[in-house]
Design a protein around this ligand. Structure first.
Ligand code: NAP
Ligand code: HSE
Length: 442
């Protein structure tokens, strides 16, 4: 293999993340060059709108609107795909891999939807795909699971994987600020996706969970094989009730493995986490992930999960790995080699969602009249659901009360049937809110 003395990089997409990469790579270029023993050139960039003002000084002659021309430019060795989405981003990625290049990506939606195709294309054409920035922003969680924890089998991985949602929930608790105001701030700060529904409805967390599940267990779990719920129904009242009960509410990805049944469960939902758990105290744009391995026990990772600088840090770490790969031939482990060395080839199946077990929190707006609590308790008893606690408070409606129940452990099937039956009661005035309680055994 001839070792190139100059590595040329093309960046497709110079928005929040792309400009961060350009800025920090320029700043750290001399240091990186001396550490890696090559000259690094930021050669070309692709954007949608050439006339847009950028916060980073990028020579206009280096820019084009033709991202595919950058992806296939024979003079480039590394292509950063920082456009987002699954349309042009997929074309750019596949074109660069077919040309044998190293693609560095922060695109979790693309990986979740097209991961199998991307890795197959890379293998077939001698390209490589690196994706540290796709999960948990600046936290090197991909490296941790793929390399640092390779001796382990993972019975539980759970975490806060979306900076925008954690930022919103934190400010709702700490300031009582309104949801639309905080979401607008998250967008201004560059945390939110171009389509913010991906964040607040849980899909972005689901994409990241899919990637972690693949690294840990070697199977692609699609979003329609997961429970995916977002944070938009969480009210200030829920946050207060949870606090009274000793919990914080976090949007979590929970990936569990039943080794006996050889099944993987993936779920994304707002979760009541006991306040003494580390992740219950991870706030703002920070992400946190607890990974329980059978050899190491539980290791926990905390850091900024979104935003320009944190994400640029992860992209640049992949660029450094890409340079090492191009100059020494040392490639990172392929994802299918990543799942625990004891677990490779076992191909777990994806568990039916109604088997997922949990304790539950249920908030109902009910008629404020005698017998209502008894009706609710009867419905729950009919489905063998045992009530653990009850709080009744006043409601915004004068004729109604808020009823907040927690349950002992049950499963999704029983809770689904319970919810359906509760909604048939004329004393239940609005659709109940169901949240899961995260008493995880680490
Ligand atoms: P962004 O600010 O919206 O930037 C997207 C960039 O792509 C812009 O520069 C845009 O050009 C360019 N682009 C869009 N359509 C194009 C086209 N047809 N041809 C050429 N260029 C095109 O997005 P971002 O926040 O940087 O996110 C980029 C990726 O990183 C996404 O996959 C996202 O999920 C991921 N990510 C983001 C974060 C974060 O905190 N923001 C963190 C981790 C991962 P113009 O500038 O001219 O409009
Ligand atoms: N929108 C994402 C978030 C960006 O808020 O976590 C980081 O992936």
């Amino acid at each position: 293999m001839t070792k190139p003395s100059t590595i040329r990089i093309g960046i497709c997409g110079l928005g929040t993340v792309g400009q961060g990469v350009w800025k920090h790579l320029e700043r750290s270029r001399a240091d990186l060059q001396s550490r890696l023993g090559v000259t690094i050139e930021l050669h070309r960039g692709a954007v949608r709108d050439l006339s847009k003002r950028r916060t980073v000084d990028i020579p206009v002659e280096k820019l084009t609107t033709d991202a595919l021309a950058v992806a296939t430019d024979p003079s480039l060795h590394i292509i950063c795909e920082l456009i987002g989405g699954t349309g042009l981003a997929r074309e750019v990625t596949l074109a660069a891999l077919k040309a044998g290049k190293v693609v560095v990506s922060a695109n979790k939606a693309l990986l979740c939807d097209h991961g199998a195709e991307i890795f197959a294309t890379a293998r077939k054409h001698g390209g490589h795909f690196l994706f540290e920035a796709s999960v948990a922003g600046g936290i090197p969680i991909i490296k941790a699971v793929r390399e640092g924890l390779v001796a382990n089998r993972f019975k539980l991985i759970y975490g806060i994987l979306n900076g925008t949602c954690n930022y919103i929930l934190t400010r709702m608790v700490q300031e009582g600020a309104s949801y639309p105001t905080i979401l607008a701030d998250a967008k201004r700060l560059g945390y939110a996706e171009a389509d913010e529904a991906l964040d607040v409805d849980g899909w972005d967390t689901a994409h990241k969970a899919s990637i972690l599940a693949f690294l840990a267990h070697g199977v692609w779990v699609k979003t329609d094989q997961m429970i995916v719920e977002g944070i938009s129904k969480i009210t200030q009242a829920d946050l207060k009730h949870a606090a009274t009960l000793g919990y914080g509410i976090k949007l979590l990805a929970v990936i569990t493995r039943d080794f006996e049944a050889n099944q993987v469960f993936v779920r994304i939902h707002p979760t009541l986490l006991p306040k003494d758990r580390v992740l219950a105290n991870v706030n703002g744009v920070f992400n946190g992930i607890a990974v329980t391995g059978d050899v190491v026990g539980t290791t926990t990772y905390i850091g900024r999960g979104a935003g320009q600088d944190a994400t640029a840090s992860a992209v640049i770490s992949d660029i450094a790995d890409a340079v090492a790969l191009l100059t020494t031939g040392k490639a990172p482990m392929l994802p299918e080699e990543a799942a625990s060395i004891h677990d490779r080839g076992r191909n777990p199946s994806i568990a039916p969602l109604d088997k997922i077990r949990s304790r539950y929190y249920l908030r109902m707006t009910v008629k404020d009249e005698p017998g209502v609590l008894a009706q609710v308790a009867t419905v729950m008893a009919n489905h063998a659901i045992s009530i653990a606690s009850v709080i009744q408070t006043s409601s915004e409606r004068s004729d109604a009360a808020s009823l907040i129940l927690t349950t002992h452990e049950s499963d999704e099937r029983a809770m689904g049937q319970t919810l359906a039956d509760l909604q048939k009661l004329s004393s239940i005035l609005e659709a109940p809110l169901l949240l899961r309680i995260g008493d995880f055994e680490e």
